[in-house]
Design a protein around this ligand. Sequence first.
Ligand code: PLP
Length: 400
Amino acid sequence: TASIFAAVEMAPRDPILGLNEAFNADTRTTKVNLGVGVYFNDNGKIPLLGAVKAAEAARLETQPPRGYQPIDGLAAYNKAVQALLFGQDSPLIANAQAVTVQALGGTGALKIGADYLKQLTPASTVYISDPSWENHRALFEAAGFKVETYPYYDAATGGVAFGAMLAKLKTLPAGSVVVLHACCHNPTGADLTDAQWDEVVAACREKGLIPFLDMAYQGFAEGIEPDAAAVRKFAASGLQFFVSSSFSKSFSLYGERVGALTLVTDSKDEAARVLSQVKRVIRTNYSNPPTHGGAVVAAVLTSPELRQQWEEELAAMRTRIREMRKGLAERLAERGVKRDLSFVTNQRGMFSYTGLSAAQVETLRTEYGIYAVSTGRICVAALNSRNLDYVADALAKAMI
Ligand code: PLP
């Protein structure tokens, strides 16, 4: 009898993971991988933060038993997440209006949020930025939603096409879900200003939209507090909204899968009911989250010394990315690129949209062993003092 899998077709390869495979197979010693979404230190390595190392050592010392976690995860972790998102003194926390559940990274938070939204508002359409993190569309479609886009990137300026974005938001039917990148937009690096966020909040209120903020890079643009500006504005608005957040980047804990889903409701009573439903989504999915990553992050965030150390380490990552942006823009100008390069330093977070075409990206790969995403996205956090000149040489030749 035929295999039940006989007719299964090969799914398309993930474009970014496919790029990694090609990079690993490349034998050139000068090769540079600017395709990945990971922060590397100046030695080209994924750092293990000192604060994480210390918290892990202390945790392993106690040889904790490995019981199940609650469905919604570690309470101390969820509490610490809320303080980072809203600020310690937020009325949302005092009023117990916000629900936070530990999730399997930012992706897991989006998935739990999407599945819960499908129960809450099954007929809604989800709107994502054009362009967006490539998993946003797939994830909300997999949850059963129709996914459309709102204008976002302005190729001419390397910034946000804010007029077009706002105009689109104002045409959306009530109950539409709008996925917003809270800071360090992936893939473009182009963020809204504080004043523009005010207008987005007003549009969400006016049109009755459901905001879903995705914050995967808190602390990578300006700092922990300023990077939460968009979340804080929604928090102050009195609206209900969703936030997915992740410590993959800010704690350099990619593989531990530490994230959270937070839902802001109208009251403590509403929050309790919403939590009970979200827990059902989790229970029927993976039952409860893993222990280690959340325990480490909670330990760092609740220890004054380790928290201080983490903030310094996070600041060092942020500063290094900024230096690489500045260094790249300067080197491109020195090499005769005439285009206004202020976008390179104005864009925030790990990524930059360079404006390179797919053909130019292909040339970078074949001629120089420099790997970037075909959309022209490069990971600035993969630049370092040793590969910067080499990358600038190649990029300048491609750009001129
Ligand atoms: N959301 C955005 C915008 C991202 O860029 C990423 C990571 O690349 C994620 C979510 C997922 O984060 P995590 O790796 O924690 O699942």
